[in-house]
Design a protein around this ligand. Structure first.
Ligand SMILES: [Zn+2]
Length: 400
């Protein structure tokens, strides 16, 4: 593999924890050498080593690619009419998931694959270089397995969400559905998944069912994530911390005890790396935007010392956006995160939420997943909302 010098970088966001330059590890007026898909060197252009190719950043800002740690891309149909009804005043209840389940079961593999690839490509053009993808609109053994098989064609971060909602045919016997999820469905899904997730919410899965399902997933080696405290207060966040979840997602309705649990979360992962020892709170402001709901209190989490990530929650019902720059802008404007906090949460925070330290940062040795902005600074992501600011995307050092 050839080497590439990204030259004339005006502002380089490294997120390098050991480095200088504030929480984003900002370096100015530097070049960055990519060798064999990794960051091999950073320094002044005049000292740059020879490289096979050169990419001129023309004084622009360069950031780690966004890490979108929460997305539901495997589905069929859309719910534009439901969105319109909601904007006309109807509340969001989560019940529309069953509409998408019906359409997804009826779709062919190729239809599902086309949607996954379209949305994954759309996200990539907006700077997302890692995207977690969940199942959860199949809800049969065969449909969950094929959803994950198709997701795994484009991402290594795949999540089994058979416990998204109890499907209509099990409405009167949720215990039987939990047995199905923990038994044959998990067995069929696990070979294609890295994670297991549960929608722990009133109207979806209660805490006992959620704990049972997540424990079954852990027993076969899957990491834990939880949809928690989105529609109201509940036990999901503390269950996630109890089980050593990598991330609890939504966190819109939190008690002091929830915040304390997250702030003191530690998980013995039998590894020395402290990056891997916290349950991240992943905030999904696209969902509050699209359901016209109050945003989570990001400041309360950050001020308590909780690790915060931002993700899109891309799905056809409650957040049909694949845009991490949009989520950064929402986090700054609506959730009072600083631009630096929001950019960190959308890159390094997402990496933490996936227990990865090779992405979400651009220190020497990191994967060369990076974006060149059409702007001189990361501030512009929030300062110029809705504008296509992603000029160039590199994944594994390869221009996309
Ligand atoms: Zn979700």
């Amino acid at each position: 593999m050839s080497s590439l010098l990204v030259d004339d970088i005006g502002e380089l966001v490294t997120n390098d924890v050991g480095g200088e330059g504030g929480p984003l590890g900002i370096r100015r007026d530097v070049a960055l050498l990519v060798d064999d898909g990794r960051v091999a060197w950073i320094g002044p252009s005049r000292d740059a080593p020879a490289a096979d190719r050169r990419l001129d950043a023309q004084g622009a800002a360069v950031l780690p690619g966004f890490v979108d740690s929460h997305a539901h891309l495997v589905f069929a149909g859309d719910r534009a009419a439901e969105f319109a009804a909601r904007m006309a005043g109807q509340p969001y209840t989560g019940g529309g998931i069953r509409t998408t389940v019906g359409a997804t079961r009826a779709a062919s593999d190729d239809e599902l694959r086309a949607t996954v690839r379209r949305l994954h490509g759309e996200a990539l053009r907006q700077g997302t270089t890692t995207m977690e993808i969940k199942s959860g609109y199949g809800l049969t053994v065969a449909d969950e397995a094929r959803s994950l098989r198709i997701a795994a064609e484009v991402s290594e971060e795949t999540t089994f969400l058979g416990a998204h909602v109890v499907p209509a045919e099990y409405a009167d016997r949720p215990d039987d559905y939990v047995s199905l999820v923990c038994g044959p469905m998990l067995a069929a899904a696990a070979p294609h998944a890295r994670w297991i997730d549960v929608f722990c919410e009133r109207g979806a899965f209660d805490v006992d069912h959620a704990r049972a399902i997540l424990a079954c997933g852990q027993a076969v080696g899957l990491g834990v994530r939880v949809h928690a405290n989105q529609l109201g207060p509940g036990p999901g966040v503390q269950l996630g911390v109890e089980l050593g979840a990598a991330s609890v997602d939504h966190c819109t309705h939190l008690t002091d005890a929830d915040v304390d649990a997250l702030a003191s979360s530690r998980y013995d992962c039998m590894c020395a790396d402290s990056l891997h020892t916290t349950t991240v709170a992943t905030l999904l402001p696209g969902a509050e935007f699209s359901t016209r709901s109050p945003y989570p209190d990001a400041r309360r989490l950050l001020d308590a010392g909780v690790t915060v990530a931002l993700a899109t929650d891309c799905n056809p019902g409650s957040s049909y956006t694949s845009s991490m720059p949009f989520c950064v802008a929402l986090a700054v404007r609506e959730m009072r995160m600083t631009p630096a906090e929001a950019v960190w949460a959308a890159t390094a925070g997402g990496a933490r939420a996936l227990r990865r330290n090779d992405i979400g940062q651009l220190g020497v040795g990191a994967r060369a997943d990076l974006i060149v902005l059409d702007a001189p600074s990361h501030l512009h992501l929030a300062y110029r909302p809705g504008v296509p600011l992603i000029r160039q995307v590199l994944r594994n050092g390869v221009p996309q």
